[in-house]
Design a protein. Structure first.
Length: 401
């Protein structure tokens, strides 16, 4: 026993090691003369062709549809602000944040839709414009006038050697404070704030499809209408031959022609079905574009495949996994960390912050789930904890009088 007591106090009194508190692994890359990371976008396609290539890609029907599905699926269920706890102060803070988001110019869902421009560009930039509220009960407090989207092509990041963002840079070396802006980096690699565009993986299929459509148009122009051939007897005068040629030239536009009995006119049609290869190739590239953006293909197919319900469910589940990640980014990285936290710090002295939640991605069969919970509770498999049951069923909190 004395030995164990001595060992106990020896352990308690021994000096503790402190962990290294500074970042040590600097980025191996291009350094400027000042010893900081030179501002550049690592996307090789943007480096060669600029952001205009992604703007052009969004004019493609398949690309536009896939991006719209991904954005609207996350934003179609509304939003809510929840207090950090049941404490009255936290409830007051949440009420203020909800009020500020509702009274600002425009809808917060429109703001988040613009934030999702990062899906195409890799990152998005929004400027927060504050104002002093003149409406009771929050008169005199700092609110939101607007959150305006900016063209990411006009921004570069001022970073240290560890890729920590210190500010934003505009053309002409204009420096802007980072805390005035909301920056969303989509799928960043190695902490790069420039993110990764969904359209980068889709580009080669977009480019190939664009070329195929041009060839298809040439094919239809050449073989879509049959070639007219006229036959005349040997010895027909030159003037009559030229008149026949003029008649053949007008066949494409005229509905009727008049020719002598000794002249024959026939239409030479190309073998039908030649365009099928073009259409199949275009369909293939459309599916690859869908895979690059949505991680599946059935969402944009037109019922051409007849498969099992299980296959469709797998495709939908894969899409939901991508959407859950996107939803969490908007709730935590964008709204809670960059919008709500700053707004609360300007108006309150609290350590806990409200949470921002977008609506659920799917409808649950609440009646069926409630029946399952009832059986589990009655069988004493789970405890009847109200907060857990509400969360499981997706029901809002509150007290029923």
């Amino acid at each position: 026993m004395p030995t164990s007591i001595l060992a106990y106090f020896t352990h308690k009194l021994a000096p503790r090691r402190s962990p290294p508190l500074r970042e040590t692994a600097s980025v191996r890359g291009t350094f400027s003369a000042l010893g900081v990371i030179a501002p550049y976008n690592p996307d090789d396609l943007i480096g060669r062709r600029g952001y205009a290539v992604y703007d052009q890609m969004q004019k493609d029907a398949q690309v536009q549809a896939c991006l719209a599905i991904k954005k609207l699926a996350v934003l179609s269920r509304g939003w809510e602000v929840h207090p950090a706890s049941d404490d009255p102060v936290d409830a007051e803070v949440a009420d203020f944040v909800r009020f500020a988001l509702l009274q600002m110019r425009g809808s917060i869902l429109d703001v988040l839709y613009n934030v999702l421009d990062a899906l195409a560009k890799g990152f998005s930039v929004m400027e927060i414009n504050y104002c002093v509220l003149d409406t009771k009960p929050h008169r005199g407090m700092i609110g939101l006038a607007s959150i305006k989207s900016k063209d990411p092509a006009t921004f570069q990041f001022d970073m240290d050697e560890y890729l920590n963002v210190r500010g934003l840079r505009r053309p002409g070396n204009e420096m802007l404070p980072a805390d005035k802006f909301v920056v969303y980096s989509y799928m960043p690699r190695y902490e790069s704030p420039y993110g990764t565009s969904d359209l980068r993986a889709a580009y080669k299929h977009y480019w190939s499809k664009d070329i195929l459509i041009r060839f298809l148009n040439l094919y239809l122009e050449k073989y879509g209408s049959p070639t007219a051939r006229g036959t005349y007897k040997r010895g027909t005068p030159k003037a009559a031959q030229e008149e026949l040629l003029r008649v053949l030239d007008k066949i494409q536009q005229e509905t009727a022609i008049v020719i002598p009995e000794d002249v024959q006119v026939e239409l030479l049609e190309a073998q039908r079905g030649g365009e099928a290869g073009y259409l199949q190739a275009i369909e293939f590239h459309d599916k690859q574009i869908s895979k690059a953006i949505l991680c599946q293909t059935l969402m944009t197919d037109e019922g051409q495949r007849v498969g099992s319900f299980a296959l469709a469910k797998v495709h939908l589940d894969v899409l939901k996994m991508c959407l859950r990640k996107l939803k969490r980014d908007l709730e935590e990285s964008v709204m809670q960390e960059q919008v709500i936290r700053r707004l609360v710090d300007y108006n309150f002295n609290v350590s806990a912050y409200p949470t921002f939640n977008l609506g659920p991605l799917e409808d649950q069969d609440v009646v069926e789930l409630a029946g399952v919970i009832e059986k589990l509770v009655s069988g004493q498999v789970i405890k009847p904890d109200e907060s857990w049951i509400r969360e499981y069923l997706g029901l809002p909190g509150g007290i029923v009088a």
